[in-house]
Design a protein around this ligand. Structure first.
Ligand SMILES: NC(=O)c1ccc[n+]([C@@H]2O[C@H](COP(=O)([O-])OP(=O)(O)OC[C@H]3O[C@@H](n4cnc5c(N)ncnc54)[C@H](OP(=O)(O)O)[C@@H]3O)[C@@H](O)[C@H]2O)c1
Length: 374
């Protein structure tokens, strides 16, 4: 292929601007068309963010992105209630898709996206960009490489205080578009729990509470999960928990705990009881760049390994690793292969969110998964 892959973006807001920055940096992609309800406002946003794409055209009509023969990839960064229709239309038009989370807001939307993408064979990547964060990569590797042993318990907490400072406040706090705290925000924690632990939900039981004013849905969700080991029958059960909240008076926190039968990862600490973790061996084996391991002690004097690396430490999309996901999508389109984070994989995360919301609406009654049969 001699020409670059043409890119169209819909939703020139907080997140879409970061998609644009990453596409501009990719040497095999060229942004050709932007869909905005107001060109002058979008141009002003891009100027403010320092995004320079002088050759890009603008349109107010999403259909123009799909009808443009010079567009190969459509990036969907619009409010949540528009994702399913836009993704289905893009797939039917044969466009590869970068789809912001949440993919679909209910089972019907999820099935429509799945069927349209399956039918067209386009490549998709869903924007759980924390997969490219060094700490999350490390957590997954520690588990995969056996340093933690078999996972018995996994907990991920997404705690982010989002109020009227947020550019998407008008829509994200509504049930029509944001839909629920898990779908709008905590899905990052659900996805990380699945990706890092390698386990899949079999059943959930959840509670929700509405605390922060302005939201049309519960603003703290606590979800207990029975976890299965995919591809394995029997074996010991694993349990998980997801906490998703905007209510707590603390800075943004993305807490990760993976407790195995050999060792435990708890945020930036590696802990153990019987078998100590061999620090030098760990440092030599670790394939993730810029990760350092240091010996340390707990407040009660136990030996631990302290991890120094880039953590998922902010809600600011300007610091999120979108480059990794966009580079992967572009490479997969060029090489005609599936991404590791397609709509098919993300569907499992969405189903878990929807199941937890259903359970919370029924006062914690357990809901079994999967909700959709393939
Ligand atoms: N992956 C992540 O870490 C991450 C982080 C933040 C957000 N997101 C996701 O990205 C998507 C966009 O969120 P955002 O934070 O960028 O929100 P935002 O700042 O409000 O941007 C959304 C853009 O969509 C366009 N739009 C089209 N129809 C609209 C409507 N009816 N109401 C409001 N805006 C409309 C607007 O651009 P125009 O005015 O130019 O049309 C708006 O700027 C959401 O799905 C969100 O969940 C993901």
């Amino acid at each position: 292929m001699t020409r670059k892959l043409g890119v169209g973006v819909v939703g020139i807001g907080w997140c879409g601007t970061e998609h644009l920055k990453a596409f501009v940096r990719n040497p095999h992609a060229e942004v050709v068309l932007l869909c905005s309800r107001d060109e002058a406002r979008a141009r002003e946003r891009l100027d403010r963010a320092g995004v320079r794409i002088p050759r890009a055209r603008f349109t107010r009509h999403y259909r123009d992105l799909l009808d443009s023969p010079d567009i190969d990839i459509v990036s969907i960064a619009s409010p949540n209630h528009l994702h399913a229709d836009q993704a289905v239309a893009a797939a039917r038009a044969g466009k590869h898709i970068l789809l912001e989370k949440p993919t679909g807001l209910d089972l019907r939307e999820l099935a429509r996206i799945r069927d349209a993408v399956r039918g067209s064979g386009v490549r998709t990547i869903v924007s759980f960009e924390l997969h490219y964060n060094p700490y999350l990569r490390l957590a997954r590797w520690l588990r995969e490489a056996g340093w933690l042993g078999e996972i018995r318990f996994a907990r991920v907490q997404y705690l982010s205080r989002v109020t009227d400072w947020y550019s998407g406040w008008s829509w994200a706090r509504t049930t029509r578009s944001g839909r629920s705290h898990l779908l709008a925000a905590g899905c990052h924690a659900v996805d990380a729990l699945r990706w890092c632990s390698g386990l899949e939900a079999a059943e959930v039981s959840a509670y929700g509470e509405t605390v922060t004013t302005g939201y049309q849905y519960p603003t703290t969700m606590v979800v207990n999960v029975r976890l299965n080991r995919p591809g394995r029958r029997g074996g010991k059960a694993a349990l998980g928990q997801i906490v998703s909240s905007t209510d707590f008076m603390m800075p943004y926190t993305f807490g990760v705990e993976l407790m195995g039968d050999r060792a435990t990862l708890r945020d930036n600490l590696l802990l153990w009881n019987e078998r100590s973790v061999a620090l030098e061996q760990l440092q030599t084996a670790c394939p993730i760049a810029h990760v350092q391991f240091h010996p340390d002690k707990t407040p009660t004097g136990a030996d631990v390994v302290r991890i120094a690396c880039e953590m998922p430490g902010t809600a600011d999309v300007g610091s999120h690793p979108f480059q990794g996901e966009i580079d992967e999508l572009v490479a997969c389109v060029l090489e005609d292969r599936e991404t590791h984070l397609s709509v098919f994989d993300a569907q499992k995360t969405m189903e878990l969110c929807i199941a937890a919301d259903r359970s919370a609406a029924r006062d914690g009654r357990p809901v079994r998964l999967p909700l959709l049969r393939s």
